[in-house]
Ligand binder design. Structure first.
Ligand SMILES: *Cc1c(COP(=O)(O)O)cnc(C)c1O
Length: 222
């Protein structure tokens, strides 16, 4: 087993100060590692690939809350819809509509986070602000009764410029507050999923209440 228990306890102590939720990112890590962290009390786990998630989930305790944090293809929603706890990376109106459709099929309200593009790089996924505004302020959202938008997810630039990273995180928080105040149908904007192993402290200081941490807990990935 290759779980860093010391980091796990330190991280939990830190997160407690911010009342933030830890999503342990277990992509490419064996079921045994997830079981080890589960035994220490961890319940929220994040996976990036549908195939990997549907192979692992049945081997693990039903008490796990599975977060899908990868890039979701619309033809694969049906495989995770029945059991997924929260889908973080919803980055288009089209995908949201497909998730709603699957929610109808499984008679379930599916919780999602919209992924918003906040970084300076062009490689990151996510909606830009215009797309976000169109979705949040458009007429279609009120018709999607089988999804609930619980908040936003964002990834900061892979940069050394701490001030820039802070600005990006703070900007996402401001967007969340802006739309929260509008009390839009089928939304309950409370979650700000920001921060990974390398930048979670900055994210917490800028208002994150959900961090997605992998390598710090499970070691590096190939
Ligand atoms: C892999 C991944 C993480 C975890 O990254 P670490 O640097 O290993 O903590 C967090 N969020 C997303 C979207 C990821 O793909």
């Amino acid at each position: 087993m290759s779980v860093n228990t010391e980091s796990f306890y330190q991280l939990n102590a830190e997160l407690k100060k911010y009342a933030a939720v830890l999503v342990a990112v277990s992509k490419m890590k064996p079921v045994a590692d997830i079981e080890a962290l589960y035994a220490l009390g961890q319940r929220d786990f994040g996976e990036n690939y549908v195939q990997e998630l549907i192979e692992k989930a049945p081997q693990l305790p039903a008490g796990i809350k599975w977060h899908f944090i990868g890039h979701l293809q619309s033809n694969k929603i049906k495989y995770i819809a029945p059991f997924v706890h929260l889908i973080h990376g919803v980055d288009s109106f089209r995908l949201l509509k497909e998730i709603d459709k699957q929610g109808v099929k499984f008679n379930k309200k599916i919780s999602v986070l919209l992924q918003v593009f906040i970084a300076s790089e062009t490689t990151k996924f996510g909606m830009n602000e215009k797309e976000l505004a169109e979705l949040m302020e458009g007429a279609e959202l009120s018709k999607m009764h089988h999804i609930e938008i619980r908040g936003f997810m964002g990834m900061a630039s892979f940069a050394d410029d701490e001030a820039q990273i802070r600005r990006e995180f703070a900007h996402l928080k401001a967007l969340l507050q802006k739309y929260k105040a509008q009390e839009i149908a089928n939304t309950k904007l409370e979650i700000l999923s920001m921060g990974m192993s390398g930048d979670y402290m900055l994210a917490l200081e800028e208002g994150s209440n959900m961090v997605r941490i992998g390598s710090m807990l499970f070691g590096g990935r190939q």
